[in-house]
Design a protein around this ligand. Structure first.
Ligand code: GLC
Length: 426
């Protein structure tokens, strides 16, 4: 009898377990240590929610490739992925595929996050994504090499960077490191180049490609001048292969000790100080340089990622719960300390443990809050195409196919035809 009762209880438990077992799949980034961090966080969610399984889907590194993958799921209205990590430039383009998170409890927490990001993620009053981490372009520089070559600090202007990079590169090569380069960055024809090139242009008082009010300003002398300068780096202070580089290519070269300067996002910091790095303790970060033009000032492109719940999810409530968990104070704090992922929750910039672990979050706070947005809101739902036109034009200059003056003149015509917006000066 007791045996029978036991088996009955066991069978009931199985049935109950099967009925209550729920599976969520989250499509997350996998650059650097991202995947590891998300898997750990997913495990914490599972530990707190017995019966829930969270699968973490590995996605391509390049934002453009990731978007391509997501679009395949969306076109199929696939319920396979519940939660998507989405780029700060995508809410407007992808809005129709996401639920309104205000309907799933996000209203209680959005006030903790930077208002500009919440606004960016809100389309027609619907919250498409909860902010997860923010990004801004930084200049990484080798403190030991600056000292060795007699420089007091990081370059304030791009011309200074060009000169310093050349001096250090010549010196290091003369000492036998033939693989050494002055400056590595993101020069492949993809979204990352849009970010780098926007920084060059904005820092040279050359505008923001298309201004927030819908005026195309990209064809102007300051923009032409700085794109020409960037093209001059290819094969001189930057490897010829830089026109095929994404974030990870730059990071690995800098981390192996083979570059004096690097443009990258904050995530490269923790990895550079990590056990696999040859330059731990030998580098620091600063704002990117300014252009030489009158009114030139340092500019960092605003990046960052959000979590959005798919409209095709079969379990949007639970998916939203997971999104709220992953973007919470405690979880953002872990990511900040372990992976130098910039929080979107403002209070974390005053958290003593975060500031102690990542001092530059405090020191460069202004860089993060003043970062320059790409023209994704004004061009939605066609930002991806606008960006493609832009990075292809810039890439043509970098690879010597076109002069900057011609490339930007043609780009202006293309953007005019594509968006129907007027042109003007920045
Ligand atoms: C980073 C940024 C993202 C940007 C991408 C470009 O992931 O956070 O906003 O689009 O880099 O490569």
């Amino acid at each position: 009898m007791r045996k029978l009762l036991f088996s009955l209880a066991f069978a009931l438990a199985l049935v109950w377990g099967a009925a209550s077992a729920q599976t969520l799949t989250v499509a997350a980034g996998a650059v650097g240590m991202e995947l590891e961090l998300v898997r750990d966080a997913a495990q914490r969610f599972m530990d707190a929610n017995p019966g829930v399984t969270v699968n973490v889907l590995d996605t391509p590194d390049l934002a453009d490739d990731r978007l391509g993958l997501y679009l395949q799921f969306f076109e199929a209205r696939s319920p396979e992925v519940d939660l998507y990590q989405i780029d700060v430039i995508w809410p407007g383009d992808l809005e129709e595929h996401f639920v309104d998170l205000f309907e799933f409890g996000a209203g209680d927490v959005v006030d903790q996050h930077f208002p500009a990001i919440v606004e960016n993620n809100t389309v027609d009053g619907r919250l498409i994504g909860i902010p997860w981490f923010t990004d801004a372009g930084l200049l990484y520089y080798r403190t030991d090499l600056l000292e060795k070559y007699g420089f007091d600090g990081p370059p304030a202007t791009w011309s200074e960077l060009t000169e310093m990079a050349q001096v250090i590169q010549d010196g290091e090569r003369a000492e036998g490191n033939t693989d050494f380069w002055g400056f590595v960055w993101q020069g492949n024809a993809y979204e990352g180049l849009t970010c780098d090139a926007l920084e060059w242009i904005a820092s040279n008082a050359g505008g923001r490609i298309i201004e927030p009010d819908g005026v195309i300003t990209v064809y102007n002398p300051n923009a032409v001048e700085i794109i020409d300068l960037a093209a001059s780096w290819v094969g001189t202070i930057s490897p010829p292969g830089v026109t095929g580089f994404a974030e990870e290519d730059a990071r690995l070269m800098f981390q192996a000790g083979n570059a004096a300067f690097q443009r990258n996002w904050p995530y490269a910091y923790s990895l550079g100080q990590g056990p696999d790095s040859d330059i731990a303790g030998l580098f620091d970060v600063s704002p990117l340089p300014a252009g030489d033009a009158e009114g030139g000032t340092p500019a960092a492109t605003l990046g960052g990622w959000q979590l959005g719940v798919s409209r095709y999810s079969e379990n949007p409530e639970l998916a939203a719960e997971l999104a709220l968990f992953l973007t919470s104070y405690e979880e953002q704090k872990i990511r900040a300390i372990v992976g130098t992922f910039n929080p979107t929750i403002m209070a974390l910039y005053e958290d003593p443990e975060v500031l102690e672990a990542v001092p530059f979050f405090g020191a460069l706070y202004d860089v993060f809050i003043n970062a320059v947005a790409r023209p994704s809101t004004i061009t939605a739902p066609d930002y991806a195409e606008v960006s493609r036109l832009f990075f292809r034009a810039v890439h043509d200059v970098l690879t010597g196919v076109e002069e900057a003056d011609t490339a930007l003149a043609l780009l202006e015509l293309d953007l005019e035809a594509f968006t129907g917006f007027p042109t003007g000066s920045p």
